[in-house]
Design a protein around this ligand. Structure first.
Ligand code: NAP
Length: 524
Protein backbone atom coordinates (compact mmCIF):
# COMPACT_ATOMS: atom_id res chain seq x y z
CA UNK A 1 0.00 0.00 0.00
CA UNK A 2 2.91 2.38 0.72
CA UNK A 3 4.86 2.89 -2.49
CA UNK A 4 7.73 5.18 -1.48
CA UNK A 5 6.65 7.74 -4.05
CA UNK A 6 6.01 11.45 -3.77
CA UNK A 7 2.59 12.74 -4.75
CA UNK A 8 2.73 15.64 -7.18
CA UNK A 9 -0.73 16.73 -8.18
CA UNK A 10 -2.47 13.57 -9.33
CA UNK A 11 0.81 11.75 -10.14
CA UNK A 12 2.90 9.41 -8.05
CA UNK A 13 6.52 10.35 -8.67
CA UNK A 14 9.58 8.36 -7.71
CA UNK A 15 12.35 10.67 -6.46
CA UNK A 16 15.78 9.99 -7.90
CA UNK A 17 17.95 12.25 -5.73
CA UNK A 18 18.80 9.61 -3.16
CA UNK A 19 16.98 7.19 -0.92
CA UNK A 20 15.17 7.95 2.33
CA UNK A 21 14.16 5.33 4.87
CA UNK A 22 11.74 5.37 7.74
CA UNK A 23 13.24 4.23 11.04
CA UNK A 24 11.57 2.53 13.96
CA UNK A 25 12.98 4.52 16.89
CA UNK A 26 12.19 1.70 19.33
CA UNK A 27 14.63 -0.64 17.56
CA UNK A 28 16.56 1.72 15.25
CA UNK A 29 15.71 -0.66 12.41
CA UNK A 30 14.68 0.66 9.03
CA UNK A 31 11.11 0.08 7.91
CA UNK A 32 10.35 -0.63 4.28
CA UNK A 33 9.75 0.42 1.64
CA UNK A 34 12.48 2.87 0.66
CA UNK A 35 11.40 6.32 -0.46
CA UNK A 36 12.91 8.10 -3.42
CA UNK A 37 14.15 11.54 -2.43
CA UNK A 38 13.02 14.39 -4.64
CA UNK A 39 15.11 17.25 -5.97
CA UNK A 40 14.73 20.67 -7.56
CA UNK A 41 12.77 19.25 -10.53
CA UNK A 42 10.03 17.89 -8.27
CA UNK A 43 9.87 21.13 -6.25
CA UNK A 44 9.47 23.01 -9.54
CA UNK A 45 6.75 20.65 -10.75
CA UNK A 46 4.75 20.81 -7.49
CA UNK A 47 5.05 24.60 -7.14
CA UNK A 48 4.03 25.26 -10.76
CA UNK A 49 0.97 23.06 -10.38
CA UNK A 50 0.12 24.88 -7.15
CA UNK A 51 0.44 28.24 -8.89
CA UNK A 52 -1.80 27.08 -11.73
CA UNK A 53 -4.39 25.82 -9.23
CA UNK A 54 -4.37 28.97 -7.19
CA UNK A 55 -6.99 31.21 -8.79
CA UNK A 56 -9.60 28.56 -9.45
CA UNK A 57 -9.16 26.94 -6.03
CA UNK A 58 -9.48 30.19 -4.11
CA UNK A 59 -12.73 30.96 -5.89
CA UNK A 60 -14.36 27.61 -5.07
CA UNK A 61 -17.55 28.02 -3.07
CA UNK A 62 -17.63 27.66 0.70
CA UNK A 63 -19.62 24.47 0.26
CA UNK A 64 -17.06 22.95 -2.13
CA UNK A 65 -14.13 23.68 0.14
CA UNK A 66 -15.95 22.55 3.27
CA UNK A 67 -16.93 19.24 1.63
CA UNK A 68 -13.36 18.75 0.45
CA UNK A 69 -12.04 19.19 4.01
CA UNK A 70 -14.69 16.85 5.38
CA UNK A 71 -13.81 14.22 2.78
CA UNK A 72 -10.17 14.35 3.91
CA UNK A 73 -11.30 13.85 7.51
CA UNK A 74 -13.45 10.84 6.55
CA UNK A 75 -10.66 9.41 4.39
CA UNK A 76 -8.22 9.56 7.31
CA UNK A 77 -10.67 7.71 9.54
CA UNK A 78 -11.26 5.14 6.81
CA UNK A 79 -7.56 4.24 6.82
CA UNK A 80 -8.29 2.70 10.22
CA UNK A 81 -5.56 0.69 11.88
CA UNK A 82 -3.30 0.80 8.80
CA UNK A 83 -2.55 4.44 9.52
CA UNK A 84 -2.32 4.14 13.29
CA UNK A 85 -0.03 1.12 13.18
CA UNK A 86 2.31 2.71 10.66
CA UNK A 87 2.44 5.96 12.64
CA UNK A 88 3.20 4.00 15.83
CA UNK A 89 5.99 2.11 14.11
CA UNK A 90 7.58 5.27 12.70
CA UNK A 91 7.17 7.53 15.74
CA UNK A 92 7.39 5.27 18.77
CA UNK A 93 4.23 6.98 20.05
CA UNK A 94 1.72 4.71 21.81
CA UNK A 95 -1.44 3.66 19.95
CA UNK A 96 -3.69 5.45 22.47
CA UNK A 97 -1.91 8.76 21.91
CA UNK A 98 -2.10 8.31 18.12
CA UNK A 99 -5.83 7.57 18.27
CA UNK A 100 -6.29 10.83 20.16
CA UNK A 101 -4.10 12.62 17.66
CA UNK A 102 -6.15 11.25 14.78
CA UNK A 103 -9.29 12.53 16.53
CA UNK A 104 -7.70 15.94 16.78
CA UNK A 105 -6.65 15.90 13.13
CA UNK A 106 -10.15 15.05 12.02
CA UNK A 107 -11.71 17.67 14.29
CA UNK A 108 -9.34 20.33 12.93
CA UNK A 109 -10.43 19.56 9.37
CA UNK A 110 -14.10 19.62 10.41
CA UNK A 111 -13.66 22.84 12.37
CA UNK A 112 -12.22 24.54 9.29
CA UNK A 113 -15.09 23.21 7.18
CA UNK A 114 -17.39 25.01 9.62
CA UNK A 115 -15.24 28.14 9.53
CA UNK A 116 -15.41 28.21 5.72
CA UNK A 117 -19.21 27.74 5.66
CA UNK A 118 -19.70 30.38 8.35
CA UNK A 119 -17.74 32.99 6.36
CA UNK A 120 -16.67 35.24 9.27
CA UNK A 121 -13.07 34.64 8.24
CA UNK A 122 -13.63 36.69 5.08
CA UNK A 123 -13.89 39.79 7.29
CA UNK A 124 -16.41 41.33 4.91
CA UNK A 125 -16.60 45.06 5.62
CA UNK A 126 -18.57 47.63 3.64
CA UNK A 127 -18.29 51.42 3.88
CA UNK A 128 -21.14 53.04 1.92
CA UNK A 129 -20.33 55.79 -0.55
CA UNK A 130 -20.86 59.33 0.77
CA UNK A 131 -21.16 61.36 -2.44
CA UNK A 132 -22.45 64.49 -0.67
CA UNK A 133 -19.57 64.62 1.81
CA UNK A 134 -16.67 66.95 1.11
CA UNK A 135 -14.46 65.30 0.12
CA UNK A 136 -16.80 62.61 -1.22
CA UNK A 137 -16.22 59.06 0.00
CA UNK A 138 -16.07 56.23 -2.50
CA UNK A 139 -17.93 52.93 -2.06
CA UNK A 140 -15.38 50.70 -0.24
CA UNK A 141 -15.78 46.93 0.16
CA UNK A 142 -13.25 44.63 1.82
CA UNK A 143 -12.90 40.89 1.84
CA UNK A 144 -9.97 38.62 2.59
CA UNK A 145 -8.55 36.39 -0.11
CA UNK A 146 -6.13 33.47 -0.11
CA UNK A 147 -2.43 34.38 -0.04
CA UNK A 148 -1.39 31.77 -2.59
CA UNK A 149 0.46 28.45 -2.43
CA UNK A 150 1.74 27.56 1.04
CA UNK A 151 4.74 25.36 1.85
CA UNK A 152 3.92 23.20 4.88
CA UNK A 153 6.69 21.43 6.82
CA UNK A 154 5.46 18.29 8.58
CA UNK A 155 6.36 18.24 12.28
CA UNK A 156 8.16 15.28 13.85
CA UNK A 157 6.18 15.39 17.09
CA UNK A 158 2.68 15.29 15.55
CA UNK A 159 2.79 12.79 12.67
CA UNK A 160 -0.93 13.34 12.09
CA UNK A 161 -2.13 16.58 13.69
CA UNK A 162 0.77 18.76 12.50
CA UNK A 163 1.84 17.03 9.36
CA UNK A 164 0.38 16.28 5.92
CA UNK A 165 -3.29 16.91 6.81
CA UNK A 166 -2.58 18.66 10.09
CA UNK A 167 -3.54 22.05 11.42
CA UNK A 168 -1.39 24.11 9.06
CA UNK A 169 -2.59 22.22 5.99
CA UNK A 170 -6.24 22.40 7.08
CA UNK A 171 -6.03 26.14 7.73
CA UNK A 172 -4.30 26.86 4.41
CA UNK A 173 -6.70 24.69 2.38
CA UNK A 174 -9.65 26.30 4.16
CA UNK A 175 -8.31 29.75 3.27
CA UNK A 176 -8.21 28.69 -0.38
CA UNK A 177 -4.45 28.15 -0.65
CA UNK A 178 -2.95 25.18 -2.50
CA UNK A 179 -0.34 23.41 -0.34
CA UNK A 180 3.01 21.81 -1.07
CA UNK A 181 3.90 19.65 1.94
CA UNK A 182 7.41 18.54 2.80
CA UNK A 183 7.02 15.25 4.67
CA UNK A 184 9.06 14.92 7.86
CA UNK A 185 11.68 12.23 7.43
CA UNK A 186 10.56 10.67 10.73
CA UNK A 187 7.25 9.47 9.30
CA UNK A 188 7.43 9.04 5.56
CA UNK A 189 4.98 6.13 5.32
CA UNK A 190 2.39 7.87 7.50
CA UNK A 191 2.79 10.92 5.29
CA UNK A 192 2.21 8.96 2.10
CA UNK A 193 -0.91 7.26 3.49
CA UNK A 194 -2.45 10.59 4.47
CA UNK A 195 -1.22 12.22 1.26
CA UNK A 196 -3.09 9.67 -0.81
CA UNK A 197 -6.29 10.53 1.03
CA UNK A 198 -5.89 14.22 0.13
CA UNK A 199 -4.90 13.39 -3.45
CA UNK A 200 -8.06 11.31 -3.85
CA UNK A 201 -10.24 14.01 -2.27
CA UNK A 202 -8.83 16.54 -4.77
CA UNK A 203 -9.85 14.29 -7.66
CA UNK A 204 -13.24 13.36 -6.19
CA UNK A 205 -14.13 17.03 -5.76
CA UNK A 206 -12.97 17.98 -9.28
CA UNK A 207 -10.42 20.42 -7.90
CA UNK A 208 -7.32 21.42 -9.86
CA UNK A 209 -4.62 18.84 -9.22
CA UNK A 210 -2.09 21.39 -7.96
CA UNK A 211 -4.16 22.00 -4.81
CA UNK A 212 -2.01 19.37 -3.09
CA UNK A 213 1.46 17.89 -3.48
CA UNK A 214 3.57 15.88 -1.08
CA UNK A 215 7.35 16.05 -1.43
CA UNK A 216 10.09 14.06 0.23
CA UNK A 217 13.60 15.42 0.20
CA UNK A 218 16.91 14.93 1.87
CA UNK A 219 18.65 17.70 3.76
CA UNK A 220 18.32 21.37 4.51
CA UNK A 221 18.84 22.54 0.93
CA UNK A 222 15.67 20.80 -0.19
CA UNK A 223 13.48 22.67 2.30
CA UNK A 224 15.24 25.93 1.51
CA UNK A 225 14.69 25.45 -2.22
CA UNK A 226 10.99 24.91 -1.58
CA UNK A 227 10.75 28.11 0.48
CA UNK A 228 12.70 29.98 -2.21
CA UNK A 229 10.37 28.99 -5.03
CA UNK A 230 8.65 32.12 -6.38
CA UNK A 231 5.23 30.42 -6.49
CA UNK A 232 5.25 29.90 -2.69
CA UNK A 233 3.63 32.79 -0.82
CA UNK A 234 3.81 31.62 2.82
CA UNK A 235 5.43 28.92 4.94
CA UNK A 236 4.14 26.96 7.94
CA UNK A 237 6.67 25.17 10.13
CA UNK A 238 6.92 23.41 13.50
CA UNK A 239 10.31 22.23 14.71
CA UNK A 240 13.62 23.46 16.04
CA UNK A 241 14.54 27.10 16.51
CA UNK A 242 17.54 26.52 14.28
CA UNK A 243 15.41 25.09 11.45
CA UNK A 244 12.73 27.76 11.81
CA UNK A 245 15.30 30.56 11.78
CA UNK A 246 17.00 29.10 8.70
CA UNK A 247 13.68 29.11 6.84
CA UNK A 248 12.88 32.65 8.03
CA UNK A 249 16.24 33.82 6.66
CA UNK A 250 15.62 32.03 3.37
CA UNK A 251 12.17 33.59 3.05
CA UNK A 252 13.48 37.07 3.89
CA UNK A 253 16.27 36.84 1.31
CA UNK A 254 13.97 36.01 -1.59
CA UNK A 255 13.50 38.75 -4.20
CA UNK A 256 9.91 38.70 -2.89
CA UNK A 257 10.09 38.03 0.87
CA UNK A 258 7.22 35.98 2.28
CA UNK A 259 5.86 35.28 5.78
CA UNK A 260 7.07 32.21 7.68
CA UNK A 261 4.79 31.03 10.47
CA UNK A 262 7.28 29.05 12.51
CA UNK A 263 6.46 27.46 15.82
CA UNK A 264 9.82 26.80 17.43
CA UNK A 265 10.96 26.47 21.03
CA UNK A 266 9.68 27.35 24.48
CA UNK A 267 9.52 25.91 27.99
CA UNK A 268 5.98 26.81 29.13
CA UNK A 269 6.63 28.10 32.68
CA UNK A 270 4.40 26.97 35.54
CA UNK A 271 4.12 29.42 38.48
CA UNK A 272 3.13 27.93 41.83
CA UNK A 273 1.66 30.78 43.85
CA UNK A 274 2.25 30.58 47.61
CA UNK A 275 -1.24 29.88 48.94
CA UNK A 276 -2.07 27.27 46.32
CA UNK A 277 1.30 25.63 46.95
CA UNK A 278 0.70 25.58 50.70
CA UNK A 279 -2.66 23.87 50.21
CA UNK A 280 -1.99 21.46 47.36
CA UNK A 281 1.77 20.89 46.97
CA UNK A 282 1.42 17.10 46.68
CA UNK A 283 -1.47 17.15 44.24
CA UNK A 284 0.23 19.75 42.06
CA UNK A 285 3.50 17.80 42.18
CA UNK A 286 1.85 14.60 40.92
CA UNK A 287 -0.06 16.43 38.21
CA UNK A 288 3.06 18.22 37.14
CA UNK A 289 5.00 14.99 36.55
CA UNK A 290 2.15 13.67 34.37
CA UNK A 291 2.28 16.87 32.31
CA UNK A 292 6.07 16.91 32.09
CA UNK A 293 6.31 13.31 30.83
CA UNK A 294 3.19 13.23 28.61
CA UNK A 295 4.12 11.97 25.11
CA UNK A 296 7.68 11.62 26.40
CA UNK A 297 7.79 15.38 26.86
CA UNK A 298 7.72 15.89 23.10
CA UNK A 299 4.95 18.45 23.03
CA UNK A 300 5.41 22.09 22.20
CA UNK A 301 3.29 22.79 25.30
CA UNK A 302 5.35 20.58 27.63
CA UNK A 303 5.95 22.40 30.94
CA UNK A 304 9.73 22.62 31.18
CA UNK A 305 9.99 25.16 34.00
CA UNK A 306 8.47 25.51 37.49
CA UNK A 307 8.79 28.74 39.48
CA UNK A 308 7.93 28.95 43.19
CA UNK A 309 9.05 30.56 46.43
CA UNK A 310 11.44 28.33 48.39
CA UNK A 311 10.42 26.69 51.66
CA UNK A 312 8.65 23.65 53.09
CA UNK A 313 5.79 23.75 50.58
CA UNK A 314 8.10 23.77 47.59
CA UNK A 315 10.05 20.93 49.29
CA UNK A 316 6.79 18.96 49.53
CA UNK A 317 6.06 19.64 45.86
CA UNK A 318 9.54 18.37 44.96
CA UNK A 319 9.35 15.22 47.08
CA UNK A 320 5.93 14.26 45.70
CA UNK A 321 7.08 14.98 42.17
CA UNK A 322 10.18 12.84 42.69
CA UNK A 323 8.10 9.93 44.00
CA UNK A 324 5.93 10.10 40.90
CA UNK A 325 8.91 10.54 38.61
CA UNK A 326 10.66 7.48 40.02
CA UNK A 327 7.80 5.32 38.73
CA UNK A 328 7.81 6.78 35.23
CA UNK A 329 9.08 4.32 32.64
CA UNK A 330 11.42 5.60 29.99
CA UNK A 331 9.52 6.31 26.76
CA UNK A 332 10.82 6.09 23.22
CA UNK A 333 11.61 9.43 21.60
CA UNK A 334 10.62 10.19 18.02
CA UNK A 335 13.96 9.88 16.26
CA UNK A 336 17.56 8.94 17.02
CA UNK A 337 18.47 12.60 16.41
CA UNK A 338 15.92 13.88 18.94
CA UNK A 339 17.11 11.24 21.41
CA UNK A 340 20.72 12.33 21.00
CA UNK A 341 19.75 16.00 21.41
CA UNK A 342 17.87 15.09 24.61
CA UNK A 343 20.87 13.26 26.05
CA UNK A 344 23.11 16.23 25.26
CA UNK A 345 20.56 18.65 26.71
CA UNK A 346 20.22 16.91 30.05
CA UNK A 347 23.97 16.39 30.32
CA UNK A 348 24.51 20.09 29.72
CA UNK A 349 21.81 21.06 32.22
CA UNK A 350 23.11 18.65 34.87
CA UNK A 351 26.62 20.13 34.53
CA UNK A 352 25.49 23.74 34.56
CA UNK A 353 26.66 25.88 37.44
CA UNK A 354 24.09 26.15 40.19
CA UNK A 355 21.92 23.32 38.84
CA UNK A 356 21.18 20.14 40.84
CA UNK A 357 19.79 16.95 39.34
CA UNK A 358 16.87 16.33 41.70
CA UNK A 359 15.84 12.96 40.39
CA UNK A 360 15.16 10.71 37.44
CA UNK A 361 12.57 8.31 36.11
CA UNK A 362 13.19 4.63 35.36
CA UNK A 363 16.33 3.78 33.46
CA UNK A 364 16.14 3.68 29.67
CA UNK A 365 16.43 0.13 28.38
CA UNK A 366 15.81 0.41 24.66
CA UNK A 367 17.33 2.52 21.91
CA UNK A 368 15.91 6.04 21.84
CA UNK A 369 14.20 5.65 25.22
CA UNK A 370 14.53 8.71 27.46
CA UNK A 371 14.86 8.73 31.21
CA UNK A 372 12.77 11.60 32.57
CA UNK A 373 14.86 14.08 34.59
CA UNK A 374 14.01 16.83 37.03
CA UNK A 375 16.50 19.59 37.78
CA UNK A 376 16.49 22.41 40.33
CA UNK A 377 18.22 25.73 40.66
CA UNK A 378 17.99 29.03 42.52
CA UNK A 379 16.43 32.03 40.83
CA UNK A 380 19.75 33.88 41.17
CA UNK A 381 21.46 31.22 39.00
CA UNK A 382 18.60 31.17 36.52
CA UNK A 383 18.74 34.94 36.15
CA UNK A 384 22.50 34.84 35.68
CA UNK A 385 22.75 31.97 33.19
CA UNK A 386 20.69 32.82 30.13
CA UNK A 387 20.70 29.35 28.60
CA UNK A 388 18.93 27.65 31.54
CA UNK A 389 15.74 28.90 29.91
CA UNK A 390 16.41 27.06 26.63
CA UNK A 391 14.17 24.20 25.55
CA UNK A 392 15.33 20.62 26.14
CA UNK A 393 12.96 18.66 23.91
CA UNK A 394 11.87 15.61 25.90
CA UNK A 395 10.79 14.65 29.44
CA UNK A 396 12.80 17.07 31.57
CA UNK A 397 12.00 20.15 33.62
CA UNK A 398 13.79 22.69 35.78
CA UNK A 399 12.46 23.94 39.13
CA UNK A 400 13.47 27.49 39.98
CA UNK A 401 13.35 28.38 43.68
CA UNK A 402 12.84 32.06 44.41
CA UNK A 403 13.68 33.80 47.67
CA UNK A 404 10.43 35.75 47.67
CA UNK A 405 7.58 36.99 45.49
CA UNK A 406 9.64 39.86 44.09
CA UNK A 407 12.18 37.40 42.78
CA UNK A 408 9.35 35.39 41.22
CA UNK A 409 8.29 38.52 39.35
CA UNK A 410 11.89 39.07 38.30
CA UNK A 411 12.06 35.54 36.83
CA UNK A 412 8.78 36.17 35.00
CA UNK A 413 10.21 39.40 33.52
CA UNK A 414 13.34 37.54 32.45
CA UNK A 415 11.55 34.84 30.45
CA UNK A 416 11.56 34.85 26.67
CA UNK A 417 8.42 34.30 24.56
CA UNK A 418 6.30 31.25 25.36
CA UNK A 419 3.31 29.43 23.95
CA UNK A 420 1.81 29.18 27.43
CA UNK A 421 2.26 30.33 31.00
CA UNK A 422 0.49 28.51 33.84
CA UNK A 423 -0.55 29.78 37.27
CA UNK A 424 -1.54 27.56 40.16
CA UNK A 425 -3.42 29.90 42.47
CA UNK A 426 -6.12 30.33 45.11
CA UNK A 427 -8.19 33.40 45.98
CA UNK A 428 -5.54 34.41 48.51
CA UNK A 429 -2.99 34.55 45.64
CA UNK A 430 -4.89 37.12 43.57
CA UNK A 431 -2.74 40.09 44.64
CA UNK A 432 0.40 38.38 43.32
CA UNK A 433 -1.46 37.09 40.28
CA UNK A 434 -2.45 40.69 39.43
CA UNK A 435 1.23 41.58 39.30
CA UNK A 436 2.18 38.49 37.29
CA UNK A 437 -0.59 38.67 34.70
CA UNK A 438 0.53 41.83 32.87
CA UNK A 439 4.04 40.35 32.60
CA UNK A 440 2.81 36.96 31.41
CA UNK A 441 0.44 38.50 28.88
CA UNK A 442 3.50 40.01 27.24
CA UNK A 443 5.34 36.69 27.30
CA UNK A 444 2.78 34.05 26.29
CA UNK A 445 -0.06 33.32 23.89
CA UNK A 446 -2.18 31.36 26.40
CA UNK A 447 -2.46 31.70 30.17
CA UNK A 448 -3.58 28.53 31.96
CA UNK A 449 -4.95 28.51 35.51
CA UNK A 450 -4.89 25.57 37.91
CA UNK A 451 -4.19 23.04 35.18
CA UNK A 452 -1.44 22.11 32.75
CA UNK A 453 -0.80 23.48 29.28
CA UNK A 454 -0.29 20.25 27.31
CA UNK A 455 -3.75 19.88 25.80
CA UNK A 456 -4.46 22.41 23.07
CA UNK A 457 -8.20 22.55 22.42
CA UNK A 458 -9.11 22.89 18.75
CA UNK A 459 -11.71 25.64 19.01
CA UNK A 460 -12.51 29.23 18.20
CA UNK A 461 -10.89 31.00 21.17
CA UNK A 462 -7.65 28.97 21.22
CA UNK A 463 -4.30 30.72 20.80
CA UNK A 464 -1.31 28.55 20.02
CA UNK A 465 1.41 31.07 19.39
CA UNK A 466 3.44 33.58 21.30
CA UNK A 467 6.36 35.98 21.15
CA UNK A 468 9.73 34.78 19.79
CA UNK A 469 11.16 32.18 20.12
CA UNK A 470 7.86 30.37 20.75
CA UNK A 471 6.77 31.51 17.32
CA UNK A 472 8.00 33.79 14.59
CA UNK A 473 4.85 35.91 14.56
CA UNK A 474 3.13 36.52 17.89
CA UNK A 475 0.07 37.98 16.15
CA UNK A 476 -1.06 34.59 14.92
CA UNK A 477 -2.18 31.20 16.21
CA UNK A 478 -1.26 27.81 14.74
CA UNK A 479 -4.28 26.06 16.30
CA UNK A 480 -7.97 26.96 16.30
CA UNK A 481 -10.23 28.83 13.94
CA UNK A 482 -7.95 31.90 13.97
CA UNK A 483 -5.15 29.89 12.32
CA UNK A 484 -6.78 30.57 8.95
CA UNK A 485 -5.85 34.28 9.18
CA UNK A 486 -2.20 33.42 8.55
CA UNK A 487 -3.04 32.51 4.97
CA UNK A 488 -5.32 35.40 4.04
CA UNK A 489 -4.85 39.02 3.10
CA UNK A 490 -7.37 41.84 2.80
CA UNK A 491 -8.34 43.39 -0.53
CA UNK A 492 -10.44 46.57 -0.74
CA UNK A 493 -12.58 47.18 -3.83
CA UNK A 494 -13.24 50.85 -4.46
CA UNK A 495 -16.28 51.76 -6.61
CA UNK A 496 -16.23 48.35 -8.32
CA UNK A 497 -19.25 47.94 -10.65
CA UNK A 498 -21.94 45.64 -9.23
CA UNK A 499 -21.56 43.25 -12.16
CA UNK A 500 -17.92 42.58 -11.18
CA UNK A 501 -18.43 42.45 -7.42
CA UNK A 502 -17.43 39.21 -5.60
CA UNK A 503 -20.52 37.51 -4.20
CA UNK A 504 -19.53 38.03 -0.55
CA UNK A 505 -19.57 41.79 -1.10
CA UNK A 506 -22.68 42.14 -3.24
CA UNK A 507 -25.66 44.27 -2.28
CA UNK A 508 -28.41 42.24 -0.65
CA UNK A 509 -25.82 39.87 0.89
CA UNK A 510 -26.69 36.83 -1.27
CA UNK A 511 -24.24 34.64 0.70
CA UNK A 512 -26.01 35.49 3.99
CA UNK A 513 -22.73 36.41 5.70
CA UNK A 514 -22.15 38.39 8.86
CA UNK A 515 -20.75 41.66 7.54
CA UNK A 516 -19.65 44.97 9.02
CA UNK A 517 -21.70 47.70 7.34
CA UNK A 518 -20.64 51.27 8.05
CA UNK A 519 -19.05 50.10 11.30
CA UNK A 520 -21.96 47.96 12.53
CA UNK A 521 -22.05 44.16 12.47
CA UNK A 522 -25.09 42.96 10.49
CA UNK A 523 -26.32 39.58 9.29
CA UNK A 524 -28.31 40.59 6.23
P1 NAP B 1 13.86 20.22 12.70
O1 NAP B 1 15.24 19.73 12.72
O2 NAP B 1 13.67 21.67 12.92
O3 NAP B 1 13.20 19.76 11.31
C1 NAP B 1 11.87 20.09 10.96
C2 NAP B 1 11.77 20.21 9.45
O4 NAP B 1 12.50 21.36 9.03
C3 NAP B 1 12.36 19.04 8.70
O5 NAP B 1 11.60 18.84 7.53
C4 NAP B 1 13.74 19.50 8.33
O6 NAP B 1 14.15 18.89 7.13
C5 NAP B 1 13.52 20.99 8.10
N1 NAP B 1 14.73 21.76 8.43
C6 NAP B 1 15.40 21.74 9.60
N2 NAP B 1 16.44 22.59 9.54
C7 NAP B 1 16.41 23.15 8.32
C8 NAP B 1 17.23 24.10 7.66
N3 NAP B 1 18.29 24.64 8.25
N4 NAP B 1 16.90 24.45 6.40
C9 NAP B 1 15.82 23.90 5.79
N5 NAP B 1 15.03 22.98 6.36
C10 NAP B 1 15.31 22.61 7.60
O7 NAP B 1 12.98 19.51 13.80
P2 NAP B 1 12.85 17.99 14.20
O8 NAP B 1 13.51 17.13 13.21
O9 NAP B 1 11.42 17.78 14.42
O10 NAP B 1 13.54 17.87 15.62
C11 NAP B 1 14.78 18.40 15.94
C12 NAP B 1 14.67 19.26 17.18
O11 NAP B 1 13.67 20.25 16.97
C13 NAP B 1 14.21 18.58 18.45
O12 NAP B 1 15.25 17.94 19.12
C14 NAP B 1 13.62 19.70 19.24
O13 NAP B 1 14.62 20.39 19.91
C15 NAP B 1 13.02 20.61 18.19
N6 NAP B 1 11.55 20.47 18.05
C16 NAP B 1 10.77 21.28 18.78
C17 NAP B 1 9.39 21.16 18.67
C18 NAP B 1 8.48 22.03 19.47
O14 NAP B 1 7.29 21.88 19.33
N7 NAP B 1 8.97 22.93 20.26
C19 NAP B 1 8.82 20.22 17.82
C20 NAP B 1 9.65 19.41 17.07
C21 NAP B 1 11.03 19.55 17.21
P3 NAP B 1 15.59 18.20 6.96
O15 NAP B 1 15.84 17.45 8.21
O16 NAP B 1 15.41 17.36 5.75
O17 NAP B 1 16.50 19.34 6.73
Amino acid sequence: MISGNMLIGQSAVRGEDGVLSAINPATRETIGPDFGAGGIAEIEQACLLAEQACDSYRETTAQQRAQFLEAIASGILALGSTLIERAALESGLPIGRLLMERGRTVSQLRLFAKVVRDGHYLGVTLDSALPARIPARADLRLRKIALGPVAVFGASNFPLAFSVAGGDSAAALAAGCPIVVKAHEAHLGTSELVGRVIQRAVADHQLPEGVFSLLMGDGNLFGQALVSHPAIKAVAFTGSRQGGMALIRTAAQRPEPIPVYAEMSCINPVFLLPHALSMRAGEIGRGFVEAMTMSAGQMCTQPGLVIAVEGQHLDKFCSTALDALGKKTAQTLLTPGIHQAYLEGIEWMGNSEGVTTLGRGCTAESPCAAQATLFATQASSFLRTGRLGDEIFGPSSLIVACKNEDEMLEVAQYLSGQLTATLHLDDADHALARKLLPILERKAGRIVTNGYPNHVEVSHAMVHGGPFPASSDSRSSAVGAGAIDRFLRPVCYQDLPAALMPEALQDGNPSGLWRTLDGTCVSA
